[in-house]
Design a protein around this ligand. Structure first.
Ligand SMILES: Cc1ncc(COP(=O)(O)O)c(C=O)c1O
Length: 348
């Protein structure tokens, strides 16, 4: 687009760059975008097939009511405490629309989810970043930051580390604005911040079906929070932000707790094996509470990542401080790990 046509605030804008998504069926081992190695529940697939009917000529429920009700039931909440979005990413963007505009600050610890920075630019908000000294330590300065909107990704990405529960609660208690706890990966962690919903009226939890339900391709996520916060969030969304197939899939997924548990247990088990194998090869490995492992190889990362790519294995590589030289590897199947580890041995 000619530069003169771009909004002034977006001159020099650096968009969020998602991980490489090669075409399906070309034999890539994709360990770069934290998708699930386990397929979705068969009940979800059949619910989607059943919903692929003439009824698709009709708009979906504007509030994704069946999904909100099923999610509320699952978490012991009122449906008015649940919002559903086109992936967790949409809900993050809605938080900007609802709670932080031009000139406001948006506070978060760094390093974290790189989507937040471009969203600040788009909404003309100012990022107020709080560097973490240790990956697992929430910077104490975050609590005192007067920003009307704060994000805590917990467990964090790309580190995979889980912040201390009391420190997160301290940040919520000290904040007068909205504190969003992005729990995209929390199902792989030992605990969540769900109990904070009973004690605070300024906290919002974000979840997604992309990771622990194996539904990244469907684009559905949800927010849990106080009624007023959810109402505000919902008031700024697009009319029909979640389609009919995603709504029925969300209901089927949330109701198939057995499959969900199996998926999470498999990932947690494989994560332990992968972390131990990498540590045995001389990588620095951050203890992970997610479906990925963040690690620093004993040799320069760029060469290793390039050599893996030549073997059709994709991992995420970071080249900006303070995490230059680190890589993030999604937990895969045992077979994928065998191929990855064999390739790493050759490369190292
Ligand atoms: C920290 C974090 N939050 C939110 C999301 C959003 O996930 P989705 O939009 O697929 O629900 C992701 C996806 O990778 C993530 O890493």
């Amino acid at each position: 687009m000619p530069k003169s046509l771009v909004r002034k605030a977006l001159e020099g804008f650096q968009p969020y760059v998602p991980g490489e998504q090669p075409p399906d069926g070309e034999g890539w081992i994709k360990l770069n975008t934290n998708e699930s190695p386990v397929p979705p529940s068969p009940k979800v697939l059949s619910a989607i097939k059943d919903a692929a009917t003439d009824a698709l000529r009709l708009y979906p429920s504007p509030t994704a009511a069946p999904a909100r009700e099923a999610i509320a039931l699952r978490f012991g909440l009122d449906p008015l405490q649940v919002a559903v979005g086109n992936g967790g990413d949409e809900l993050i963007e809605l938080c900007f629309r609802a709670f932080a505009g031009a000139g406001d600050t948006v506070a978060y610890p760094t390093p974290t989810y790189p989507l937040l920075e471009p969203l600040c630019r788009i909404h003309e908000a100012r990022p107020s970043t709080h560097p973490t000294e240790e990956f697992s330590e929430l910077p104490p300065s975050l609590a005192a930051d007067p920003a009307p909107l704060k994000f805590i990704v917990n467990p964090n990405s790309p580190s995979g580390a889980l912040f201390d529960q009391d420190a997160v609660e301290g940040a919520v208690a000290a904040s007068s604005g909205v504190v969003v706890i992005d729990e995209a990966y929390v199902d792989f962690a030992p605990h969540s911040c769900l109990p904070l919903l009973e004690r605070y009226d300024n906290v919002l939890l974000l979840r997604t079906f992309s990771k622990s339900y194996g539904l990244a391709g469907l684009r559905i996520g949800f927010a849990l929070g106080p009624r007023e916060v959810i109402e505000t969030l919902s008031s700024v969304k697009d009319s029909y932000n979640v389609d009919r197939l995603a709504i029925v899939a969300a209901v089927a997924a949330i109701n198939d707790e057995e499959h969900h548990r199996k998926l999470v247990d498999a990932v947690v088990h494989n994560r332990g094996e992968l972390g131990a194998a990498l540590a045995g090869m001389g990588f620095d490995v951050v203890p992970s509470a997610t479906n990925f492992v963040f690690a620093r190889p004993p040799k320069p990362a760029a060469g290793i990542v390039g050599a893996l790519r030549e073997r059709r294995i994709l991992v995420r590589h970071y080249d900006r401080e303070p995490i230059a030289g680190w890589i993030r590897i999604t937990v895969g199947t045992r077979d994928q790990h065998d191929k990855l580890l064999k390739a790493l041995k050759e490369v190292l």
